[in-house]
Ligand binder design. Sequence first.
Ligand code: HEC
Length: 214
Amino acid sequence: MKRRLEIVTGMCAAVAVLAMAACGSAPTPTATTAPVATSAPAATATTAATATSAPAATATTAATATGAPTAAATATTEPTATAADAGATATSEPAQPSNAGGPGKAIDLTGDAKAGATIYVDNCKKCHGDEGKGGISNPGSSDGTIPPLNPIDDTLVNKDPKVFATNLDLFVEHGSTPEGSNPKQKMTAFGDEKKLTPQQIADVIAYVISLNSK
Ligand code: HEC
């Protein structure tokens, strides 16, 4: 089929150069003298386009066979989903504290948000504000303020409560120095400095998550 199409195309083009009589589209343009020239290329273009569409299809199949273009194939089938996924992956790369270290014991404990509210008032409020709403200045830091925890940085949020808790735990365990020439306030390493027990950390994390779940 494809081959025959090419032959026909070739013939059509050849004939078009001569008279256009053999091509289906010829009769109308032949009537007027000037448009013949214009319509001939047009006709050729259409046929060429049809001919091109076959190789295009072949290209796609070849590409899929190569392996790499699987993403391209997916993109063609459901572009919205792929775009969303890509976006989600990009955004969900969670913010990490400047201090290294893995999750602490707290993430394996069940936090009590109510107990956490008291721990928050005693340990976190002076820097993160009433109910985590922020607004406390931090001279010498790039942001100029200590980040709020309500609403908390998007990238720390996760539908999976355990992942959400782990993202917060890394900051509470190990502390973090904000970017900037000479930040006055730093996030305290409550776990490493043993200022809070794992259960207290689990409780305050549960409280911060509850603030962001309303
Ligand atoms: C002395 C001030 C101070 C105290 C007290 C403090 N923080 Fe922080 N916290 C900070 C600063 C400053 C940052 C920003 C760190 C950075 O940018 O690297 C921060 C960042 C965080 C973050 C990451 C938020 C983000 O947007 O990156 C979490 C979560 C957090 N603190 C929780 C707590 C909790 C829970 C407590 C109480 C147990 C607490 N903080 C107590 C100063 C404080």
